[in-house]
Ligand binder design. Structure first.
Ligand code: ATP
Ligand code: MG
Length: 449
């Protein structure tokens, strides 16, 4: 652990922070919501001042949808909890040592974090002290655009020039980039996340230098935390530029040595967000990760385990590491139906998208009509509904086939025929086929005895 510089010293190293309001956010529906007012009223009744902070302020300023609401308050977590409970608001002790209490009103969650300053940091964890100094709290936040506070009245407090940075697309660390990344290595990945979602060139050279210097140490982070940030990078509308910078500066090799060229990811993202506009094709972190990987099934499973993907995500990633070479835009409908039956609609959709993006990455100038043919395949895959094989083992037993491996063999033979017949034969036709095969089989048995 290294002792963090005294907050006042650290602040002195920064441009003079401005504690006064710099503007106002027009009233937002989530600021006026009864749930929000209940939380602010509860804190105010206990003598607390609260301000919105982080993502909600940043995104509201950009007219982007606000997902979760973070609130900063100078009351200690114990007093926040007492204040909420006194007002009948449910309080969850989410991270009391770190100062976070979650308030829940009508199922709406608010993360309320006590103002903090760092005492010690080791690159992964920080020991913090609570404070009533708003500027000190802003100084320990990662980027200027994340260090914006907003009162219930809409007044914006912007100690480090985050507003200007936000509008200019400048992702800039609060204070010295290298120091801030050494305090918490996750900030290296957060830099690329915020760059992907909010950044525009020119990219801050100090931040890039810090990320380059600390990239080899990213292996110290847990798989979960890496996955969380990596997925958020990948979910940006166009993640490829940020991922390319992650490659050029080193973090990509540290956290994902299995990554291949970014062309397929770039084109997949373009298909998902811009080109297609089809229901059922939205940005998807696992599909995008698959687009970035240059790995076989075993390699994909290793990535999934290292980054602690859920079982479902793991299965999808492994399936998407295997894209058959014959998945091309002229695939006959009949062959597509066969694949849909074998893979299921979701895997077929994802493999088609990846095959299409991969084909475009290899040969950017597609011939006339190629994209229309890919689109038609994809639409057919999305419209597909699973067809059930009409027979069960019981049907073979009813025909007098003795219980045993023969039942499965016969059913498989009928299923292969049903598939080859393009799934058209109905139950009666399948039963006839089964009867015929069972009879032949019985004949074989008789003729060999
Ligand atoms: P999102 O829209 O993803 O919720 P967010 O900015 O709210 O974006 P959170 O991860 O919820 O991101 O964090 C809330 C705020 O806490 C951030 O805006 C930032 O001020 C601060 N913060 C979070 N993680 C760090 C970190 N590792 N180092 C410094 N400050 C951080
Ligand atoms: Mg947040």
């Amino acid at each position: 652990m290294t002792a963090a510089a005294e907050p006042r010293d650290r602040l002195r190293a920064l441009p003079a922070p401005n504690p006064d309001p710099v503007g106002a956010l027009p009233p937002q529906p989530w600021m006026r919501a009864p749930e929000t007012l209940a939380v602010f009223d509860a804190l105010r009744a206990a003598g607390g001042e609260a301000r919105f902070v982080g993502g909600c302020v940043r995104d509201a300023l950009l007219h982007r949808p606000v997902r979760d609401i973070d609130i900063a308050c100078h009351l200690t977590p114990e007093r926040v909890t007492a204040a909420l409970e006194a007002a009948g608001v449910h309080a969850i002790p989410t991270g009391i040592v770190h100062g976070t209490v979650t308030a829940v009103v009508n199922r709406v969650h608010f993360e309320i974090t006590t103002l903090r300053r760092d005492l010690e940091t080791d690159g992964r964890r920080a020991r913090v002290a609570f404070t009533d100094d708003w500027t000190a709290d802003a100084a320990r936040r990662d980027f200027t655009i994340n260090a914006l506070f907003c009162g219930l009245d809409g007044a914006i407090h912007d100690p480090f020039g985050g507003l200007e940075d936000l509008y200019a697309g400048r992702v800039r660390f609060v204070g010295d980039a290298r120091t801030r990344c050494e305090e918490d290595l996750l900030r290296v990945l957060r830099f690329f996340r915020f760059l992907a979602h909010y950044g525009r060139p020119p990219i801050d050279p100090d931040a890039v230098a810090a990320c380059r210097a600390l990239a080899p140490r990213l292996t110290e982070l847990s798989g979960e935390r890496i996955r969380h940030e990596l997925f958020l990078v990948l979910l940006a509308p166009d993640p490829a530029t940020a991922v390319l910078l992650m490659r050029d500066t080193g973090p990509l090799a540290a956290i994902l040595p299995e990554a291949g060229p970014v062309g397929r990811l770039r084109l997949l993202s373009w298909l998902e967000t811009t080109a297609l506009g089809i229901d059922g094709v939205d940005p998807d972190s696992v599909r995008r990760l698959a687009a970035l990987l240059d790995a076989d099934r075993a390699g994909a499973l290793a990535v999934a385990d290292r980054l602690r993907l859920s079982n479902r995500q793991r299965g999808r990633l492994a399936a998407l590491a295997e894209i058959p070479g014959d998945l091309h835009p002229d695939l006959p409908p009949r062959d597509l139906r066969r694949r849909l039956y074998r893979w299921g609609g979701e895997t077929a959709r994802d493999r088609l998208l990846l095959a299409w993006a991969g084909a475009m990455a290899e040969a950017p100038r597609a011939g006339p009509g190629v994209n229309a043919r890919w689109t038609a395949l994809l639409e057919a895959a999305l419209a597909w509904t699973p067809t059930d094989f009409p027979l069960r083992g019981r049907d073979a037993l009813d025909l007098g086939v003795p219980r045993g491996p023969r039942v499965g063999e016969l059913l498989r033979a009928v299923a292969d025929w049903w598939e080859a017949e393009d799934f058209r034969p109905d139950r009666t036709a399948c039963l006839d086929r089964l009867r015929g095969l069972a009879r032949d089989a019985a004949g074989d048995v008789r003729s060999t005895t």
